[in-house]
Design a protein around this ligand. Sequence first.
Ligand code: ATP
Length: 236
Amino acid sequence: MALDVTDLSAGYGDVTVLRGVTCSVSANSVAALLGANGAGKTTTLNAISGLQANVSSGTVRLEGIDITRMPAHERVEAGIAHVPQGRQLFAFMSVRENLELGSYAPRARGHEKDALDRVLSIFPRLKERLGQQAGSLSGGEQQMCAIARGLMSRPRYLLLDEPSLGLAPIVVKQVMAVIGQIVAQGIGILLVEQNVALALKQAQYAYVLEHARIAIEGPAAALQNDDRVRKAYLGL
Ligand code: ATP
């Protein structure tokens, strides 16, 4: 039971960003995808969810099913949810409306009430703010709302792009605690994070993208002690 990316090459137009990336996330686990700015982390998520990036070769398989060439909406239907960098909420719509949009996929229809109850149990803060405009939420609440919207499609795998970006340390802690709760519900998470120390704490396994390929990979605990990771990404 896994989301498997195999030998994936992808980019935008003539620009190749990924050359033969292989990585995998199992259900019930967090895999971290790390790397410097511009290394191609977001592009990897885009290639998995079917947004923007063009895949030139390689495959993306969701529990054995080849989704590499599926349009994005069919991938949502297959069980992928992408929570993009910058949250991309509909600022002038309420929290409730943003969440409802997350359950638009056929796989979620008829389960809206259950899905809403489930996400509100993970994010009790949002319950008090269902009627509030999403754009007026604090940064942390907006991130919670974006993750909650992703969960409303009842995904098997969640792609999380920089959830800690721009948040105060205490709020980052809250967001990370939520990741643990989501995994406990049987969802696999591919976590892109600039905050490498944080990501390695949260993940079971981690990949480091360098020069368009996975340069280092291993159990997160092992990467915390890897000299290359410590020097280049942990500043030690
Ligand atoms: P960051 O941490 O800065 O977000 P990243 O590792 O997520 O970086 P990507 O956003 O995947 O990196 O970008 C990888 C490369 O692809 C960069 O050189 C970037 O300029 C380029 N790129 C990203 N999006 C596009 C696009 N829509 N069109 C053309 N080039 C793009």
